[in-house]
Ligand binder design. Sequence first.
Ligand code: CAA
Length: 388
Amino acid sequence: MDMTAEWTGMDFNLSEEHKAVQEAARDFAQNELLPGVIERDDVQKFDPTLLRRMGDLGFMGMMVSPEYGGGGMDTVSYAIAIEELSKVDASASVIMSVNNSLVCWGLEKYGNEDQKQKYLTRLAAGEVVGAFCLSEPEAGSDATSQHTTAEDKGDYYLLNGTKNWITNGNTASIYLVMAQTYPEKRHKGINCLIVEKGMEGFSVGKKEDKMGIRASDTHSLMFTDVKVPKENRIGEDGMGFKFAMSTLNGGRIGIAAQALGIAAGAYELALAYSLQRKTFAKPIFEHQAIQFKLAEMATRIEAARLLVYKAARLKDEGKEFVKEAAMAKLYASDVAMWVTTEAVQVHGGYGYVKEYHVERLMRDAKITQIYEGTSEIQKIVIARELLK
Ligand code: CAA
């Protein structure tokens, strides 16, 4: 199908395939993720059975080619699925997003055939989970300042350093680790190494006690003289930073879709609540103050959705999408924060307690303005693209 014609023809309808993905993701989210979501947030633990289900249903390697065990779907399908899962459980969707966008996509695009056979096939099937390790105690936004070192020792790299705030930190078995090999070359001296759990000298550190996405596990990681075989380097010597930036460009579409889903989930709850809750002898939806809120929530969500789909579509068409992905993430994450706060307000006192879900969505929304590049980083990316 000629997607360009469809886009330029301004046909905003979902294809039959996209609708099927949406329905499958919605069923899974509403029937399987919703029960237990409050408890998982409370105990800060994701259910391994649900993780296996996500693998079996094909959510862990949606865009990976069938040749490597993936679903062979487009980015629009992926964004649709992330949105549906995020309406209910943003912890599930971040586990999925990191595995799909940052780990599987990066391996398929830049890995060699052996690496794809050895790692990608298992990651795409959801048999194992991956983690993307760029951030460090002193390198969050300033990602070129990598202190973790990968010393070239001939047939292996000697890896030393600490990574911070790593999503899937303990759940993962396969880690893509950015590390500096030639400090004098700055970002051009960075390599990306595939590290396996169990390699000697690699340990998983403290688990973060987070505000939101609490059921997903976020850890620091420590590497002490870990011998990583040379064949585990992704791409040419020194292309690790390029790998990380390129991977994050696509990852931002996943997080934008997550933010969109969090917002849409909170909106749907607020709308339903406004129709059944009565004050002053009528459903609160009939009060104009509530109508104004819901109208603005729906409008901002629709605008965010268009940005997310546009970025995803551009990527699928093989066109430039860096600016659009950053715009989608910047805007959708602000929408998520605003809509969830308003959804709590619509619920009044009920909104402030866990049973009604919106307080969790509000806590979950905040991270979308921070990870895979803060809102400020998105503005830097957008501004640079504007100058090109
Ligand atoms: N796409 C492709 N390449 C890019 C790029 C992009 N978006 N941004 C920068 N680059 C390239 C540049 O072209 C340059 O390459 P050359 O030297 O070959 O031209 C190189 O990267 C270095 O760029 P700059 O000189 O512009 O570096 P900088 O230090 O001024 O800025 C930055 C770089 C854009 C701020 C970058 O550090 C950045 O994106 N920081 C944010 C990092 C981030 O998103 N971290 C998230 C962690 S992962 C995560 O959150 C996962 C999770 O848990 C869910």
